[in-house]
Design a protein around this ligand. Sequence first.
Ligand code: SF4
Ligand code: SF4
Length: 304
Amino acid sequence: MTTVRNIAFGYSTTCNIKCGHCVAAEDTTHHAKMDIQHAEAIIEEMAGCNVTGISFSAGEPLIFFSDICKLVRRCHENGIYSRVVTNCFRAKTPEHSDNTVSELKQNGLSQLRISYSRWHQAHVHRNNIVNAAASCQKYGLDYFISFITDFSKEDDAFEQFLRDNNLKFFPEPLIYSGRAETFTRPDIFTDYQPNTCAMNPYLSPELDMFACCDAGMHFTKTGFFHLGNLKDHSIDALFEKKEKNTLYNFIRTMGLTTIASFLGFKARDIVKFRKCELCEKLFNSPENLAALKQSESELAYWKR
Ligand code: SF4
Ligand code: SF4
């Protein structure tokens, strides 16, 4: 069986704004960045071990515009699908936006993912989003808007703005991690969803690779999702480690809900958790993690 290998590529954690909810950044002045030649070599190595999709994320990638163009070109030359995640600070006017999008397109970018939320838009004018989407349509670059929301009424006007402008958008639940860790969490009740997770891996500028590119990077009590550092391992070895990990595979296929139930969580408690919160309860707890590791073979039989 061929395993699909995609990765979120953290070229730099530097960002030009400071969103109140940012999961990618802690409150620190430390901003790491890869060396460009090394980043290009990493992409070549990824191409050699069947990585077929790279998403440039972390901080704001387009701060390093010419570097990102070089990296996108590398992806294109190696047949790798590339995506850039941006807050659209470079789309202040239609002209600025056209210049940025056309150059990314010329370098072979596959898709632009536009971040949008009430936290982003405290720093970036929402017209930038409209400009960027219009440029993508003009130059034939696929795009979508990732509308991060906590599903509160406060976000209604933000959603309406997207509808009023006929923009392609997908709501994404706010992740209560990083700067959003201390946010008040409104109660939720799900209908006992399986809570499977695709688990996209992430490579940091310090060359640490994680099996999860979101909240899981902050599971510091167990380091459950940390795969290793490229200074000590090849990319292929770290991907293999991810692919062979039994508990990661259970997260992908069985889902967190079944794992939590197996471990003894009450059904009526499980339905109150958001996905990443449930994941944290299970895998950022040394006790729960040890119990799960000990009973992996029994867990494998805990299925319908
Ligand atoms: S959410 Fe994105 S745009 Fe906002 S501070 Fe974090 S990296 Fe920057
Ligand atoms: S559910 Fe777990 S693995 Fe999936 S994104 Fe959240 S923290 Fe990461």
